[in-house]
Design a binder for this molecule. Structure first.
Ligand code: ARG
Length: 460
């Protein structure tokens, strides 16, 4: 273990393995771009406010820019001795430009530095995630457009409930993703705030200009309280929470894909590109990617719970516990982006077995509500109608007859008010087509949803 940047007051040095325990460089190097960017803004401010002589600032800025260059050429090497990305960069800068590098940290602390880097990291990823969600929304709208009149059983309790349009089903997910986009956009509001200049916890006596660095880094606001600035991780918690809800949505769709490609449902077929075979069973075509997207929701929830638990009871202001904020957040980004991409690929290549979906509504009693509603329109109180149809279902189950198989004579016995037009009403597509209450599964209603979605997404 070598002499530390902060080593002045120390007489003994930690063992290497203790350094390794405390170090974050193995993961926080992911914020190296943000770290250099933050330092460039800081040194520019030190020059502008004349806190440091201009020539020192120019040397430091030039050195940092060289580091940026070397970074992208893969020439920067980090060490555990330098603990984290902040001290690694400062140490490399010192090797490059000499002791003047030590002036960079004037009026700044690693506490506001790490908070700045982390804000920038999340801020830079939010638009990427929003973009991937919008791609999925477009895919869903396109598929919905092709399936407005695709009839399938709608389920409650996983039991056939009422027939619906598959397009309507798809637009339900569109709506869920719309809220996800809104949540991530709101997430930006609490991320787009600059902690830089809060220093260690209390601000600084140097005449720094926080508005200036915020502007340099493209932050819309500055934290108004230095204690809050260095210890707030709400933006990351909101991010993890939004990511968890998004993964939950993906997992529900993926669960339905997995069920619906099964022999028992056989409503959908996945492209070979998103399925895998079995090493023993030659016939297998497994929905591995759908299962994996579903499964990865678990680790994202874990990261949310992890950071909530880290933050719980944490006294103000900075504590080393806060170093635990990063890995789960980084892993969430690393999980989310490919999961969204795979999901979009799967859905955009999905084969919809329209006939099988339609067929599943033919031999069931999912038109029972239609008959009850029909009787109600003939003046029979709905409760009574419900009872009558319930009896018919019971009889039908015993005699293997569906409602549409009941003869006109039999219907007349139940109520003379039943006419020939009942058979039309009992057809699943008619049941769907007519449900045009606002937000219903009726064809017109689904087309309206698609139209609004297209306008929202600027689709043709
Ligand atoms: N590596 C630290 C982190 O990720 C940086 C800040 C350290 N500050 C301190 N006073 N130890 O949180």
């Amino acid at each position: 273990s070598t002499k530390k940047l902060w080593g002045g007051r120390f007489q003994a040095q930690a063992e290497t393995w203790v350094d390794e325990f405390g170090a974050s460089i193995s993961f926080d190097q992911l914020m190296v771009d943000e770290d250099i960017e933050g330092s460039l803004a800081h040194v520019k401010m030190l020059k502008k406010t004349k806190i440091l002589p201009a020539e020192d600032c120019d040397k430091i800025a030039a050195g940092l820019e060289e580091l940026q260059q070397e970074l992208h050429e893969g020439k920067l090497h980090f060490t555990v001795e330098n603990e984290d990305i902040h001290m690694n960069i400062e140490s490399i800068l010192t090797d490059k430009i000499g002791p003047v590098a030590g002036k960079l940290h004037t009026g700044r602390s690693r506490n506001d530095q790490v908070a700045t880097d982390f804000h920038l990291y999340v801020k830079n990823r939010l638009p990427q995630i929003i973009n991937e969600i919008e791609t999925i929304q477009k895919t869903l709208v396109k598929l919905a457009d092709e399936n407005v009149e695709t009839i399938m059983p709608g389920y409650t309790h996983l039991q056939h409930a009422q027939p619906i349009s598959y397009g309507h089903y798809l637009m339900a997910y569109y709506s869920m993703f719309k809220r996800d986009v809104e949540r991530f956009k709101f997430n930006m509001k609490h991320t787009d705030i600059s902690p830089l200049g809060a220093a260690a916890l209390a601000g600084t006596t140097f005449p720094i200009d926080r508005e200036f660095t915020a502007k340099e880094l493209d932050f819309s606001e500055v934290y108004s309280n230095s204690l809050d600035a260095v210890s707030d991780r709400d933006f990351a918690l909101e991010f993890l929470s939004n990511a968890s809800i998004l993964m939950m949505h993906l997992s529900r769709f993926c669960e339905e894909i997995s069920m619906w490609v099964s022999y028992e449902f056989n409503y959908l077929e996945l492209s070979d590109k998103y399925t895998t075979g079995s090493s023993i069973m030659p016939q297998k075509k497994n929905p591995d990617m759908a299962e994996l997207v579903r499964g990865k929701s678990g680790r994202v929830y874990g990261h949310l719970l992890g950071l909530l638990s880290t933050m719980k009871s944490l006294p103000l202001a900075y504590n080393k516990d806060l170093q635990e904020d990063k890995e789960g957040t980084f892993d969430t980004v690393k999980t989310l982006l490919p999961a969204l991409k795979v999901f979009n690929g799967m859905v955009s290549t999905l084969k919809v077995k329209k006939d099988n979906m339609r067929h599943a509504t033919e031999n069931d009693f999912s038109n029972a509500t239609e008959l009850a509603d029909y009787l109600a329109t003939k003046g029979i109180p709905f409760r009574e109608a419900h009872g009558i149809v319930g009896q018919l279902v019971l009889q039908g189950l015993q005699t293997h007859k569906n409602l549409q198989d009941i003869s006109m004579d039999e219907f007349k016995e139940i109520s003379p008010k039943i006419e020939e037009d009942v058979y039309e009403v009992l057809k699943p597509e008619v049941a769907v087509e007519r449900r045009n209450s606002l937000g219903g599964t009726g064809f017109t209603s689904v087309r309206n949803q698609i139209k609004a979605a297209k306008a929202q997404l600027n689709m043709d």
